[in-house]
Design a protein around this ligand. Sequence first.
Ligand code: ZN
Length: 266
Amino acid sequence: MGHEYCGIVEEVGSAIKTVKPGQFVIGSFCISDNTCLNCQAGYQSGCQNLEFMSRAQAPFLRVPLADGTLVPTPELPSDDLLPSLLTISDVLGTGWFAADAANVKPGSTVAVVGDGAVGLLGVLSAKQMGAERIIAMSRHERRQQLAKEFGATDIVTERGDEGIARIKDLTNGIGADSVLECVGTEESMMQAILCTRPGGSIGYVGVPHGMKLDMWPVFFTLVRLHGGPAPVRRYLPDLIKLVWERKINPGKVFDLTLPLEQVAEG
Ligand SMILES: [Zn+2]
């Protein structure tokens, strides 16, 4: 958490056409013009004028390229919707992209590696996309509960070779159609790759840390890899609608609320 934001517009620059003071808006953690060729293709996180939002834990925030970055809600939201609306800006938008990039379709078998906020909301996203079986890999009891609430049908606590074997046991011995990688280590990436069936897809959204992928074993798995920083802007209108109509409650991932003065503690 740190670069997601939502709030009421106080003031706009003279060039801004679509965003108006008084509106409640949500933006992506990627600043985009939403007009260049990459944005038009739905990859606003690859915008030719891309910037990353930071320092959003503040009473006021300046959002560049506001017309291309912000999407208003239909009216001012009630307070109970705020946690869920905030998740759209990053953790939900990212979990959604992981599921989309992993090609989750109605009837799919899905495995989710990682049980942080993004992984849990990847479970929620896969459920919304019609996945039939969703296997959450998690060792934390509270997160397992939330994963089940969000739509997980199976929980796998094992990792490494044992985790891969458990996923294969649950998927006719071949692996899942779609795997969401929501951690970003070499171990989690290999876990994801080896849990995917030949021809299956991996959506990877874990920010890589210390990862050096050995392509030799990967080559023979016949998997598709698609990932990176999520083009949240593409999904904002649909995700706002789902929250607004109370069809999903992603705000449940928040387990602690602190005032801004205690943001460092948070
Ligand atoms: Zn662009």
